[in-house]
Design a protein around this ligand. Structure first.
Ligand code: 6GU
Length: 239
């Protein structure tokens, strides 16, 4: 998978891209992340990429010209057309189902905005898949883009160590339960002992205990996940 990121702050990504799982995926050639600075497409003497909103109001708006031209130029750098994603609190909510859809794409182009957002004509012209990571406000799309990359990359074949680790994930299709409690050594710490069942050697009993734990935890903390059709209420076609 190729991921192009368009941002005014490419430096924000560098530490993250060198991090373990993603670094491994990049080193193995499974993922190719290319960062692009939107300012390289800025116009005029002042290298301007944002301007004051028509009609007044606070903040600055990302200008249509530099953004559209940047996306077109970056699209043309690879013959595989990229699925264009715009990170914005106005977008559809990212969840594991959306992550699974995105991970099937050969190429993504992530557009990160700052300030008060983009000139509407950016959206009218590019018709991006607008995605939000939750109902809270970030200072820009960069952290949201990293969240998206992180979630998508671990579903790319060959990135995770165990082929079925991703299938077991909470929220993956066919699994809408939270993970059960996990323990490692020591067997006792400050008087807290691990459940005896885990050292019983009875793998069937362990699997049943874990399933019951997952269910109880989900019912207690996230009963919304147990509702039928959960997560399908805001489905939207990705084209
Ligand atoms: Cl994608 N961008 C910004 N600026 N804030 C957000 C977001 C994105 N998702 C949730 N909050």
């Amino acid at each position: 998978m190729r991921v192009d990121v368009l941002t005014l702050f490419p430096e924000i990504f560098s530490g993250y891209l060198g991090q373990s799982l993603l670094k491994k995926a990049i080193d193995l050639g499974r993922v190719d992340v290319q960062l692009h600075n939107l300012r390289d497409w800025a116009q005029g003497r002042h290298q301007q990429v944002d301007d004051r909103p028509y009609g007044g109001g606070p903040g600055m708006v990302m200008m249509v010209g530099p953004v559209v031209e940047a996306v077109e130029a970056v699209q043309a750098r690879d013959p595989t057309p990229a699925h264009v994603v715009l990170l914005t609190p106005q977008g559809r909510r990212l969840d594991q189902q959306v992550v699974e859809q995105l991970s099937a794409r050969p190429r993504l182009l992530l557009l990160c905005g700052r300030y008060e957002g983009f000139d509407q004509r950016v959206i009218d012209i590019l018709q991006p898949d607008e995605i939000s990571i939750g109902d809270f406000v970030l200072n820009g799309g960069e952290v949201a883009a990293m969240v998206l990359i992180d979630a998508v990359i671990r579903l790319v074949p060959g990135v995770l160590g165990h082929a079925d680790s991703a299938v077991d994930d909470s929220f993956s299709s066919g699994n809408r339960l939270l993970e059960c409690a996990q323990y490692t050594r020591p067997r006792e710490y400050r008087g807290l002992k691990i459940p005896d069942i885990l050292v019983s050697g009875d793998h069937g009993a362990i699997a049943r205990w874990r399933a019951a734990q997952s269910y109880a935890r989900t019912r207690q903390r996230r009963s919304d996940l147990l509702d039928n059709n959960q997560g399908h209420t805001h489905d939207q076609q990705v084209d």
